[in-house]
Design a binder for this molecule. Structure first.
Ligand code: HEM
Ligand code: HEM
Length: 289
């Protein structure tokens, strides 16, 4: 059987360009937040406690939460090369930070609407944005209940992994739609793109394109399989084994003996053939036994 690639996140495209999809997501998300902040400060009047400067917290907090935090958190669970004991809490708490920051980012826009007597939730952007956030909060609660609290049975975890991973990717699509409609709407309201295309318009569009490129790279990294797939059964069995393991008598790294090999897979992973699992060479539930 072919040996798995040592770095499953290194797609042919990434290899061509010299880095991994996780590297691209890190760099693009940082650039997108930097350009959004620069755009806000240079063209939108900066930050403040009332009126438009208060509104301005909204795009910046949303980009920080959903373009920086969420995609990197999604990739962290398998593709950062961390041990399971570190990657699982990192994934859970980075996602919590994303949901909490995005929740906080709603306050400035609702307050701005109240201040100006503008109705709430009148736009496609607001519907997409709110729906994405509510579903993300639900995903967090269900993810926590299934994988973090020790209440869920191994069978339930096994059944839940593919749905959780695929839904995580779907949420990123919602983020992309919210970001695209948000920037479009704001630039339209300010009238900076038409009839004259201003620098404000170009920089705002650049921030949006960087955000969309971040999400696109994350979706690519999560869905693109470079080698044989990973087993969701292995994940569930591993989680159960870690949860039911006696209190650590040695270093936390002892639990790494339970780790399945990193084989890529991800959101659309297909379980390996039973023969492969039992051969012990490509992961599977046998790893956690
Ligand atoms: C990506 C995550 C985002 C989410 C989840 C989101 C969510 C929302 C929600 C729920 C509202 C409705 C508030 C209300 O009805 O009072 C809203 C309003 C608004 N957002 Fe966002 N937003 C996001 C990003 C952005 C970005 C990047 C911009 C760009 C500047 C933006 C611009 C606006 C504007 C102009 C409004 C007021 C008009 C309206 O209600 O549609 N948003 N957003
Ligand atoms: C907003 C919340 C969340 C989102 C958007 C999310 C998203 C994702 C995504 C996209 C994946 C697939 C990763 C990959 O294929 O490399 C994944 C996997 C996973 N998530 Fe979450 N997640 C969330 C919350 C949680 C929470 C709270 C936990 C609790 C520990 C959790 C545990 C896991 C585990 C164990 C996997 C690995 C599944 C596997 O091995 O294939 N997630 N998550």
């Amino acid at each position: 059987m072919a040996r798995p690639s040592p770095n499953p996140s290194r797609s042919p495209l990434a290899a061509l360009l010299g880095t991994t999809s996780t590297g691209w997501v890190g760099a693009l998300s940082a650039a997108s937040l930097a350009v959004t902040v620069a755009w806000t400060v240079r063209y939108r009047g900066g930050f403040g406690a009332a009126d438009k400067p208060r509104f301005n917290w909204h795009p910046v907090l949303m980009v920080a939460a959903l373009v920086v935090c969420a995609p990197n958190a999604a990739l962290s669970v398998r593709r950062w090369g961390w041990r399971r004991t570190a990657s699982k809490p990192a994934h859970a708490y980075a996602n919590l930070a994303a949901v909490a920051t995005a929740g906080a980012g709603l306050y400035p826009v609702f307050a701005f609407h109240a201040e100006r007597d503008i109705p709430d939730l009148y736009s496609l952007h607001s519907w997409i944005g709110l729906a994405t956030l509510c579903l993300m909060a639900a995903q967090w609660l269900l993810g926590y209940a299934a994988f973090y609290s020790s209440g869920a049975s191994p069978a339930l975890r096994t059944a839940f992994v593919p749905a959780h991973a695929s839904f995580g990717v779907l949420l990123l699509v919602g983020v992309a739609a919210a970001v695209a409609t948000g920037f479009t709407e704001k630039l339209g309201f300010e009238g900076v793109c038409s009839p004259v295309v201003t620098a404000d318009c170009r920089v705002g569009n650049a921030a949006a394109v960087l955000a969309l490129a971040t999400v696109a790279c994350a979706v690519w990294g999560l869905t693109h399989r470079t080698t044989a797939s990973a087993s969701s059964a292995a994940t569930a069995a591993l989680d159960s084994a870690l949860d039911s393991a006696p209190p650590a008598s040695g270093s936390p790294d002892e639990s790494s003996a339970l780790l399945p090999p990193r084989l890529g897979g991800g959101a659309f992973a297909v379980d390996p053939a039973p023969a492969a699992a039992s051969s012990g060479s490509s992961g599977g539930a046998a790893d956690a036994a």
